[in-house]
Design a protein. Structure first.
Length: 193
């Protein structure tokens, strides 16, 4: 529902991208999936990374020919998808574009953040989330819920050698509830950060 309207006009890169870069988690060929208006892509390009961006509304490129990536970031997309099957499908798509030793970072707005915004903006409860004043869908996403979605996605993904974790180096941001995050990579490379 009006997913594209959830894309904010950032004046600079998102916090997760800033944090991931700070801890050296971004490397190689990068995919910014659900890039919105593209500030993170712009930032990473300026830092010298090779970046491809995709968004169903702002950058609807054909992902079938996009190939594989060393780093995939998917920031604040999960919290705007209202259908759980589509959330699980998102994991599947992202994992299919991950190189063998690649890292996938999925972040989302945490429950605390959405609950406070819903109260302040008198958002209306809808399905397992809310309809905002802009008539968009938002759901607070906990780290546990991302793990659950990933567990469900794993059952439809052929490789069972994937593992996931949140780096200790990211604990600070996560425990401050700035965003929920998961890092997914193949088990044999775990933990890399
Ligand atoms: C809140 S914005 C985040 C944009 C950007 N990642 C950022 O952090 O600035 C959510 C974006 O997700 C996109 N989106 C919605 N459903 C999607 C899906 N199933 N797959 C990929 N992107 C999706 C929307 O078009 C929108 O641009």
């Amino acid at each position: 529902m009006n997913e594209h309207k959830t894309a904010i006009s950032r004046t600079k890169e998102s916090r997760p991208v800033r944090d991931l870069l700070k801890i050296g988690a971004i490397c190689g060929r990068v995919l910014d999936y659900g890039c919105g208006k593209g500030k993170d892509t712009e930032f990473l390009l300026k830092k010298g990374f090779e970046v491809l961006s995709y968004d169903p509304y702002y950058k609807p490129i054909d992902m079938r020919t996009a190939g594989k990536f060393d780093t995939i970031i998917c920031n604040y997309v999960l919290n705007v998808i209202e259908d759980e099957k589509a959330r699980i499908q998102l994991f599947k798509t992202l994992i299919n574009h991950l190189h063998n030793d690649g890292k996938l970072f999925i972040t989302a707005r945490p429950v605390k953040d959405i609950t406070a915004a819903a109260k302040k903006g008198s958002w209306i409860k809808y399905k397992d989330g809310f309809i905002t004043g802009k008539k968009t869908f938002q759901k607070g996403i906990s780290g546990e819920y991302i793990n659950e979605l990933y567990a469900m996605a794993k059952t439809i993904i052929s490789s069972n050698k994937l593992d996931h974790y949140v780096s200790n180096k990211l604990d600070h941001y996560v425990s401050n509830a700035k965003y929920s995050i998961i890092c997914i990579q193949r088990a044999k490379f775990y933990p890399k950060l």
